[in-house]
Ligand binder design. Sequence first.
Ligand SMILES: Cc1cc2nc3c(=O)[nH]c(=O)nc-3n(C[C@H](O)[C@H](O)[C@H](O)COP(=O)(O)O)c2cc1C
Length: 172
Amino acid sequence: MTLLELASKRVSCRAYDTARAIEKSVLDEVFEIARLAPSACNKQPWRLVVVKSKSKLTELAESYDRDWFKTAPMVLAVVVDHTESWHRADGKDHADVDASIFVEHLCLAAAEKGLGTCWVCNFKPEVANKVLGIDGVEKELVALVPIGYPADNSVFSKPKTRKEISEIVSEI
Ligand SMILES: Cc1cc2nc3c(=O)[nH]c(=O)nc-3n(C[C@H](O)[C@H](O)[C@H](O)COP(=O)(O)O)c2cc1C
Protein backbone atom coordinates (compact mmCIF):
# COMPACT_ATOMS: atom_id res chain seq x y z
CA MET A 1 0.00 0.00 0.00
CA THR A 2 1.41 3.42 -0.92
CA LEU A 3 1.32 6.29 1.58
CA LEU A 4 -1.30 7.98 -0.60
CA GLU A 5 -3.47 4.87 -0.44
CA LEU A 6 -2.98 4.61 3.33
CA ALA A 7 -3.81 8.29 3.95
CA SER A 8 -6.95 7.83 1.85
CA LYS A 9 -7.88 4.66 3.77
CA ARG A 10 -7.48 6.16 7.26
CA VAL A 11 -10.87 7.33 8.33
CA SER A 12 -12.77 8.17 11.49
CA CYS A 13 -14.46 4.90 12.36
CA ARG A 14 -17.57 5.27 14.48
CA ALA A 15 -18.82 1.66 14.62
CA TYR A 16 -16.71 -1.30 15.71
CA ASP A 17 -17.02 -5.06 15.52
CA THR A 18 -17.68 -5.80 19.19
CA ALA A 19 -17.01 -9.53 18.72
CA ARG A 20 -13.54 -9.25 17.18
CA ALA A 21 -10.52 -8.79 19.41
CA ILE A 22 -7.29 -7.14 18.24
CA GLU A 23 -4.42 -9.59 17.95
CA LYS A 24 -1.50 -8.79 20.27
CA SER A 25 1.07 -8.91 17.43
CA VAL A 26 -0.98 -6.41 15.41
CA LEU A 27 -1.32 -4.06 18.37
CA ASP A 28 2.39 -4.34 19.15
CA GLU A 29 3.26 -3.23 15.62
CA VAL A 30 0.85 -0.30 15.82
CA PHE A 31 2.54 0.78 19.06
CA GLU A 32 5.99 0.39 17.50
CA ILE A 33 5.04 2.68 14.61
CA ALA A 34 3.73 5.26 17.09
CA ARG A 35 6.92 4.95 19.13
CA LEU A 36 8.93 5.95 16.05
CA ALA A 37 7.11 9.28 15.73
CA PRO A 38 9.30 12.38 15.79
CA SER A 39 9.00 14.95 18.57
CA ALA A 40 10.47 18.36 19.33
CA CYS A 41 14.02 17.91 20.65
CA ASN A 42 13.19 14.17 20.67
CA LYS A 43 11.55 14.63 24.09
CA GLN A 44 8.84 11.99 23.43
CA PRO A 45 6.57 13.50 26.11
CA TRP A 46 3.76 11.04 25.34
CA ARG A 47 2.36 8.16 27.36
CA LEU A 48 -0.17 5.67 26.08
CA VAL A 49 -2.74 4.18 28.43
CA VAL A 50 -4.49 1.12 26.99
CA VAL A 51 -8.02 1.04 28.36
CA LYS A 52 -9.44 -2.43 27.82
CA SER A 53 -11.19 -3.67 30.95
CA LYS A 54 -14.99 -3.54 30.73
CA SER A 55 -15.23 -1.53 33.92
CA LYS A 56 -12.70 1.13 32.86
CA LEU A 57 -14.23 1.38 29.37
CA THR A 58 -17.62 2.01 30.95
CA GLU A 59 -16.18 4.66 33.26
CA LEU A 60 -14.34 6.32 30.37
CA ALA A 61 -17.49 6.38 28.23
CA GLU A 62 -18.92 8.77 30.81
CA SER A 63 -16.38 11.31 29.58
CA TYR A 64 -17.63 10.95 26.00
CA ASP A 65 -21.23 9.82 26.00
CA ARG A 66 -21.77 8.43 22.50
CA ASP A 67 -23.26 5.01 21.74
CA TRP A 68 -20.72 4.32 18.99
CA PHE A 69 -17.80 4.99 21.38
CA LYS A 70 -19.01 2.11 23.53
CA THR A 71 -18.65 -0.35 20.62
CA ALA A 72 -14.84 -0.06 20.64
CA PRO A 73 -13.13 -3.05 22.30
CA MET A 74 -10.29 -0.80 23.41
CA VAL A 75 -9.55 2.89 23.83
CA LEU A 76 -6.04 4.33 23.69
CA ALA A 77 -5.62 7.37 25.90
CA VAL A 78 -2.76 9.61 24.76
CA VAL A 79 -1.39 11.61 27.66
CA VAL A 80 1.41 14.17 27.57
CA ASP A 81 3.74 15.14 30.35
CA HIS A 82 4.27 18.91 30.19
CA THR A 83 7.34 18.63 32.42
CA GLU A 84 9.02 16.55 29.68
CA SER A 85 7.96 18.38 26.54
CA TRP A 86 10.13 20.94 24.73
CA HIS A 87 9.32 24.60 25.43
CA ARG A 88 10.65 27.13 22.91
CA ALA A 89 12.47 30.24 24.18
CA ASP A 90 9.22 32.21 23.97
CA GLY A 91 7.57 29.62 26.21
CA LYS A 92 5.53 27.75 23.60
CA ASP A 93 4.96 24.19 24.77
CA HIS A 94 5.18 21.62 21.96
CA ALA A 95 3.49 18.76 23.84
CA ASP A 96 0.30 18.94 21.76
CA VAL A 97 2.26 19.05 18.51
CA ASP A 98 4.24 15.96 19.53
CA ALA A 99 1.16 14.10 20.72
CA SER A 100 -0.63 14.86 17.46
CA ILE A 101 2.14 13.29 15.41
CA PHE A 102 2.15 10.29 17.74
CA VAL A 103 -1.62 9.84 17.41
CA GLU A 104 -1.55 10.12 13.65
CA HIS A 105 1.22 7.52 13.43
CA LEU A 106 -1.05 5.30 15.52
CA CYS A 107 -4.08 5.89 13.33
CA LEU A 108 -2.23 5.33 10.07
CA ALA A 109 -0.57 2.18 11.39
CA ALA A 110 -3.94 0.89 12.55
CA ALA A 111 -5.55 1.58 9.17
CA GLU A 112 -2.76 -0.29 7.42
CA LYS A 113 -3.68 -3.31 9.58
CA GLY A 114 -7.39 -3.01 8.80
CA LEU A 115 -8.18 -1.48 12.19
CA GLY A 116 -10.50 1.46 12.64
CA THR A 117 -9.71 4.41 14.90
CA CYS A 118 -11.13 7.82 15.61
CA TRP A 119 -9.52 10.84 17.17
CA VAL A 120 -11.69 11.95 20.09
CA CYS A 121 -10.90 15.26 21.79
CA ASN A 122 -14.43 16.28 22.73
CA PHE A 123 -14.30 14.39 26.04
CA LYS A 124 -15.00 15.86 29.46
CA PRO A 125 -11.46 16.22 30.85
CA GLU A 126 -12.50 16.20 34.51
CA VAL A 127 -14.23 12.83 34.07
CA ALA A 128 -11.49 11.25 31.93
CA ASN A 129 -8.70 12.50 34.21
CA LYS A 130 -10.28 10.72 37.17
CA VAL A 131 -10.52 7.44 35.27
CA LEU A 132 -6.90 7.71 34.14
CA GLY A 133 -5.61 8.92 37.50
CA ILE A 134 -3.93 12.05 36.10
CA ASP A 135 -3.99 15.62 37.35
CA GLY A 136 -4.79 17.25 33.99
CA VAL A 137 -2.09 19.85 34.57
CA GLU A 138 1.40 18.30 34.44
CA LYS A 139 -0.06 15.22 32.83
CA GLU A 140 -2.78 16.09 30.33
CA LEU A 141 -5.02 13.90 28.22
CA VAL A 142 -4.72 14.99 24.58
CA ALA A 143 -6.82 12.41 22.78
CA LEU A 144 -8.87 9.29 23.26
CA VAL A 145 -8.48 6.89 20.36
CA PRO A 146 -11.02 4.08 20.19
CA ILE A 147 -9.50 1.23 18.18
CA GLY A 148 -10.89 -2.01 16.79
CA TYR A 149 -11.96 -3.76 13.62
CA PRO A 150 -14.74 -1.77 11.93
CA ALA A 151 -18.29 -3.09 12.00
CA ASP A 152 -18.28 -2.51 8.26
CA ASN A 153 -15.09 -2.50 6.19
CA SER A 154 -16.66 -0.21 3.60
CA VAL A 155 -15.83 2.65 6.01
CA PHE A 156 -12.28 2.53 4.59
CA SER A 157 -13.58 3.59 1.16
CA LYS A 158 -15.47 6.62 2.45
CA PRO A 159 -14.69 9.63 0.21
CA LYS A 160 -12.78 12.46 1.87
CA THR A 161 -14.13 15.99 2.11
CA ARG A 162 -11.10 18.25 2.02
CA LYS A 163 -10.11 21.72 0.85
CA GLU A 164 -8.45 21.90 -2.55
CA ILE A 165 -4.65 22.16 -2.73
CA SER A 166 -5.11 25.64 -4.23
CA GLU A 167 -6.94 26.74 -1.06
CA ILE A 168 -4.23 25.59 1.32
CA VAL A 169 -0.93 26.01 -0.51
CA SER A 170 0.55 29.39 -1.37
CA GLU A 171 3.88 30.53 -2.68
CA ILE A 172 5.65 33.68 -1.61
C1 LIG B 1 -7.81 16.84 16.90
C2 LIG B 1 -9.04 16.08 16.44
C3 LIG B 1 -10.12 15.96 17.31
C4 LIG B 1 -11.24 15.22 16.94
N1 LIG B 1 -12.24 15.00 17.85
C5 LIG B 1 -13.30 14.25 17.51
C6 LIG B 1 -14.30 13.94 18.45
O1 LIG B 1 -14.25 14.34 19.62
N2 LIG B 1 -15.34 13.16 18.06
C7 LIG B 1 -15.43 12.65 16.78
O2 LIG B 1 -16.38 11.94 16.49
N3 LIG B 1 -14.47 12.92 15.85
C8 LIG B 1 -13.42 13.69 16.18
N4 LIG B 1 -12.43 13.95 15.27
C9 LIG B 1 -12.54 13.37 13.91
C10 LIG B 1 -12.79 14.43 12.83
O3 LIG B 1 -14.13 14.83 12.85
C11 LIG B 1 -12.39 13.82 11.46
O4 LIG B 1 -11.03 13.50 11.47
C12 LIG B 1 -12.66 14.75 10.28
O5 LIG B 1 -14.03 15.03 10.15
C13 LIG B 1 -12.16 14.13 8.96
O6 LIG B 1 -12.76 12.88 8.73
P1 LIG B 1 -11.90 11.55 8.57
O7 LIG B 1 -11.09 11.37 9.83
O8 LIG B 1 -12.93 10.45 8.43
O9 LIG B 1 -11.03 11.66 7.37
C14 LIG B 1 -11.32 14.67 15.62
C15 LIG B 1 -10.22 14.81 14.77
C16 LIG B 1 -9.10 15.49 15.17
C17 LIG B 1 -7.91 15.56 14.23
